[in-house]
Write a protein that binds this ligand. Structure first.
Ligand code: N2P
Length: 389
């Protein structure tokens, strides 16, 4: 109700109150006056309360926020905690790859407020105008980040996104099958070796990851734009495709737990959370090297165009980067945190785990994904050929 209609209401109520008093009037004029005063006071209080509500409505901050995230990538308790602290309910939807996320936004999906693209995809999304800029003045926790992560090449000076988690892509396995860890990509890319686990191997359903791992196995950069190298990677994948149970980015740790798969290409933290349920499950970064990636909390351009949604998104991003919250989240997902101040609250087992926080030698063997520009189309074409052949 707007203010002028409220005033009309108030006037009407006072008239009605007077009328009511008049109807029940006794000779006692004082009582009538008191009643009129009480009613007027109540009405005035209501108006003040309503006016306060109106002020909030002017900011028009919604009471829910739509988060589009990778699966199992946030401690569910934190969603509850955020709602308790702010009254804003998080509605979470999940995607399986950066390309799915991009496709959804390019397809015109609106309503997502905060999304979680990886490094190279942040670069693509900035160029496509799909991200809002971050307003650093609405963030209180920027100083808690480790300076290593505050000026990423894909998003200089964190102009658009806040680093969320980083991790690696390697091989998940079960010690019941091994005396020594499967320390080479050959175990899943060499057809003779892969044949031993016929139908029990899964690869990520992710163009850059799976083609990238095959490229590393071949000794090439996972960011190559050389068509011949990409063709070779395709041939490697196609040669072992008959031994795969699936391309799977959402449940690879679960199938490893049930025994449905025995070797999986997967993301470090997801496999470590499976290890919490079965200590025979383990993860290795192959000797040839592997991908390292950084996922980020970003605000969609769509939410950026609405001051209420934009403010809520900053509240959420800042909350996720609060040291106690970032630590709790790391202790749940088992991925590396870019938050320096959180470190003292992170489970020491995670901090000392070489496959989560690799030593300098291993770290040097890891390669970041970068935006391959126009060659993205070449990757897409090869990925389609892999999927359909
Ligand atoms: C979490 C997935 C990690 C994201 N389940 C890989 N970029």
């Amino acid at each position: 109700m707007n203010k002028s209609s409220k005033l009309v209401m108030v006037a009407a109520m006072i008239v009605m109150a007077l009328f009511a008093v008049g109807c029940t009037s006794t000779d006692d004029g004082d009582v009538a006056e008191e009643v009129v005063e009480d009613v007027a006071e109540d009405v005035a209080e209501d108006v003040v309360e309503d006016a306060d509500e109106d002020e909030d409505e002017d900011i028009d901050a919604p009471t829910s926020l739509n988060l589009y995230n990778w699966s199992e990538y946030i401690d569910p308790e934190l969603l509850v905690k955020f709602e308790e602290e702010t009254g804003i309910k998080i509605v979470e939807d999940t995607f399986g790859s950066n390309e799915d996320l991009l496709g959804k936004l390019q397809g015109g999906a609106t309503g997502y407020d905060v999304i979680v693209p990886s490094d190279y995809m942040v670069d693509i999304m900035i160029q496509e105008g799909l991200l809002a800029e971050l307003d650093h003045s609405q963030l209180t926790t920027l100083g808690d980040l480790d300076p290593t992560w505050t000026d990423p090449p894909f998003d200089p000076g964190m102009g658009h996104c806040m680093p969320y988690f980083w991790g690696t892509t390697g091989i998940g396995f079960n010690w019941n099958d091994w005396d020594e860890a499967p320390d080479s990509w050959a175990y899943i890319f060499d057809p003779e070796l892969a044949a031993e686990f016929d139908g029990q191997i899964s690869f990520l359903d992710d163009m850059r990851e799976t083609i990238g791992a095959a490229l590393i196995y071949l000794g090439y950069s996972l960011n190559t734009v050389d068509e011949a190298e990409l063709q070779e990677a395709k041939d490697v994948i196609l040669a072992v495709k008959p031994y795969l149970s699936s391309f799977d980015s959402d449940n690879f740790e679960d199938t490893l737990l049930t025994g449905e798969t025995r070797l999986v290409m997967g993301w470090s933290g997801d496999i470590f959370t499976a290890q919490l349920e079965d200590e025979n499950i383990d993860y290795i970064i192959p000797d040839e090297g592997a991908a390292k990636w950084m996922d980020n909390l970003c605000i969609t351009a769509d939410a950026g165009a609405d001051p209420g949604r934009y403010a809520n998104a900053h509240l959420f991003i800042d909350f996720m980067n609060r040291p106690d919250i970032a630590a709790q989240n790391t202790n749940w997902v088992w991925y590396g945190s870019p938050n320096k101040s959180a470190e003292s609250m992170i489970n020491p087992e995670i901090l000392s785990y070489p496959a989560i926080y690799p030593d300098a030698e291993t770290f040097a063997k890891l390669e970041w994904f970068v935006n391959v520009g126009d060659s993205t189309e070449l990757y897409s074409r090869i990925w389609t050929e892999i999927s359909t052949e």
